[in-house]
Write a protein that binds this ligand. Sequence first.
Ligand code: HEC
Length: 647
Amino acid sequence: MLRNFLVTAAILLSGYSHALQVDNFVLLDHRGDAHELFYHRGAPAVVIMAYNQNCKAATDAIPALQSLQSKYNDQVEFWLLNSDATVDRKALAQHAEASGITLPILQDDTTLISESLQAQYAGEVLVLDPRSWRVAYRGSVQSEGQTATSAIADTLDSLASGKTADAHSETVKGCEITYPDRSETASISYASTIAPLLQQKCVVCHTEGGLGPWAMNSYTMIQGFAPMIREVVRTKRMPPWHADPHIGQWKNDISLTTEETRQLIHWIEAGAPRGSGSDPLASNTIDQVEWPLGEPDLILEIPAYTVPVSGEVDYQFPTVKNPLDTGVWVKAATVVPGEREVVHHILAGTQDSDTTELRRTSGVFDNYLIGYAPGNESHEFPDGTGVYIPPGGEYLFQMHYTPIGREVVDRSKIGLYLHREVPENYFRQDVVVNPMIKIPPNTARHTEVAYYAFDKPATLHNLVPHAHYRGVASRFELWKPDGEKEVILNVPNYDFNWQRTYEFVVPKQIEAGTRLVHTTWYDNSAANTANPDASREVPWGLQSWDEMLYGAFSYTWVDENTEAPIHDKMMARTNQYVGFLDQNIDGKVSWRELPRSIKKQLVQGFSTVDTNGDGGLDLQEMHKLTERRAEQRREESEAPSPQSGAR
Ligand code: HEC
């Protein structure tokens, strides 16, 4: 009796406290953009309709849903949730385009999210109240005899006015969603399925003395952390691999497959049963071979750093003078972190002795070697290629440390493996940058774009997206000379904490005249929990409170070999500069787009440089301009300067 009374009271107090409470999740939509449910904690409501493009009840409901969305213009978040895992991204995008669907169609590849929302039919609508994350309405958009649309609108009206809506639930008309048989999932084995999966994808960090904050060393630990594992997997926080699985194939891909994700979550939801068999995690030790590729030819000690007890440590950029007085060809590099628990990642490379002051102080490498993160200790360059390190200059490191509650002195090192003979080709590295970015305050999704113009055929080997606290998504595309655009890497939920090198399993061939276009999206709103200050206009800067549009990549020139190098540093710089000066990305730099310093030198000369007279400088014309400026500089330095005495 007492129990009944309490339940009734609770319902009276909160309206729908008996309704399903929904957990957070992150899903990608048909365009490859990420959506996190709890990001919308400030919205009056989130509306989700389970969707299947082959279900008439669902497709018929779209116009009504979209007109509801426009009624609550952008205040309420509206999503379609595709729970048919057999439909691929392209088919979904084509369907959206053909049917005039403007709402994001979230792809629930594992069907885990639809399942946990207890969605039974495509066409079923859920209105969620972000104050409690409970389902305030469940029903159809259109139902017989009565206008369900108005029932949804009533719910949204009361949520928007800060009231709790009356929990409302209706019979749904739609197409039944099929889920994996739960009786099968209840028998997933810890010993033969779950533990080996964790060992393969997680233990490299979640081990004693590893980077992860807890060690996966027994069933008891896994059982204790099970709810948290479910959460970090649903929100795509772990494993820390952020490439869109629908695009490209990568070496060192540590993401969970659809099947693995399903097994892990279903096992947890079944109560994480121990079952029988000995515990593979109990003997969880990682073979610590110091140099997995053998004894290096050159070992450099990275200057020691004392990691404080707590707080945030800014990136450190220690340098080591190049100890060699001859040039060498590196064929592979291995990083050995001193203290695995605090070394989050290390980027390593060199700066030439003649590098400009700007580059020297910007942490930009002339010759990039390796991006270390746990599980990515070594970088072997493609067969027959090497990174040439000229004599002089400095080794430069970008160190990211994370404090662990006690002071730790880190002494990391890097080992280099050298070619005995000059390799066939150069392994080269460059960066798509835009130092002119400006990110307006209180803006949730600001876009910055730049490109690198390939003037010759090349082979692309890897990509490294980089931004700071406000960077939330990043994409690399090839814009080919015939007009085709191909997305080659999509990182829809970029996380500043994880600097990853994405290395192609099959390197990409690039035609001359292709632009490598890099886009980064920044969230400079208060809803971005990583944002240190939403009221600030954010410029380019090295420090994490400023921002960068920075996409590094490694490549080889197809027509180059070490006996006949074709690479020209100045020309490569021009390929890079065009990519951010050309603000409207039409392939040429107009007079308006030119920086003042160049304009000054060209007041009479623009038309002489713009040889085809189309009002803009294309890559060839920019190259000529670069040559002309280099010549002028040579002449100036050779000619006795009339002012030299006066200085
Ligand atoms: C490359 C290293 C690495 C790998 C691989 C990795 N983790 Fe983690 N994990 C971390 C670090 C570092 C943290 C803490 C910081 C963070 O959350 O980003 C963490 C945090 C977590 C947390 C949250 C703990 C907390 O207190 O918030 C869970 C749960 C977790 N990991 C589970 C997993 C699972 C499950 C896998 C494999 C599917 C995995 N991790 C793979 C490094 C890793």
